[in-house]
Design a protein around this ligand. Sequence first.
Ligand SMILES: Nc1ncnc2c1ncn2[C@@H]1O[C@H](COP(=O)(O)OP(=O)(O)OP(=O)(O)O)[C@@H](O)[C@H]1O
Ligand SMILES: [Mg+2]
Length: 261
Amino acid sequence: MFRTGSRRTPDTGPAPEALRLVKVSKTYGTDDSAVTALDDVTLSLGRGTFTAVMGPSGSGKSTLLQCAAGLDRPDSGIVRVDGTELTGGSEAELTRFRRGRVGFVFQQYNLLETLTVAQNTVLPLKLAGRRVDRRRAREVLTQVGLGDRLGHRPDQLSGGQRQRVAIARALVTEPRVIFADEPTGALDTRSARDVLRLLQEAVRVHGRTVVMVTHDPVAASYADSVLFLADGRLAGRLDAPTPDAVAERLAHLGDDMMAGV
Ligand SMILES: Nc1ncnc2c1ncn2[C@@H]1O[C@H](COP(=O)(O)OP(=O)(O)OP(=O)(O)O)[C@@H](O)[C@H]1O
Ligand SMILES: [Mg+2]
């Protein structure tokens, strides 16, 4: 069984955590071909926060998200989502947890082309064995501005609209944490802004927690804070990020690490 946190003291204790990683490491391959994608990462994110994750290509951002979301397992360390430890449970438990409590948005939408917009949206409810009703599909699609597209197929939509369906799909189960891996990477400026505003609204209006990987300092500035990764390690944090401050930090990422060499 998963272990559920006992430190639930909303009135007195520290702010409840949506996500906690303790000494999480992940290596791909073995021996000569081994690549350490995550190296002893410890972090904690409060509920109702919007965090961007940035860093050079190959620095471990996607691996971090996959391990945090329970899509992949770290080699060592602990992952806790909304007070429940993901590491240590069986595969079936992990899948059940993920379907109920976590939403994921990918760069390439990952919609099923043969299903309608409404069917794509409610798929996570179906997979979780929950009641699927068309009203819920309409409600969540209206929230993302696609209330009039329920019967359309993904190939009848623009990239920005597809990504909004993917966001509706991530919101439909009312997950505690939404993970997004470069959700605006394939979008034009305006569609990107729509997507970022929806993620921001999920946090500010609905109290969800969002963790978003991005390469774009403007996208990162929609978040409450930015975590920087370099070579699989945390390499800094920036609160209340502006695009300029983010770009500046990115440009100097790794300086500290090189300083002692
Ligand atoms: N399935 C895999 N098998 C082997 N190596 C992998 C695998 N997935 C990732 N890696 C390696 O782990 C490291 C971290 O990869 P990851 O995809 O997490 O980086 P990233 O920061 O998301 O990069 P990008 O910005 O290019 O998406 C890289 O060196 C990558 O080559
Ligand atoms: Mg990546």
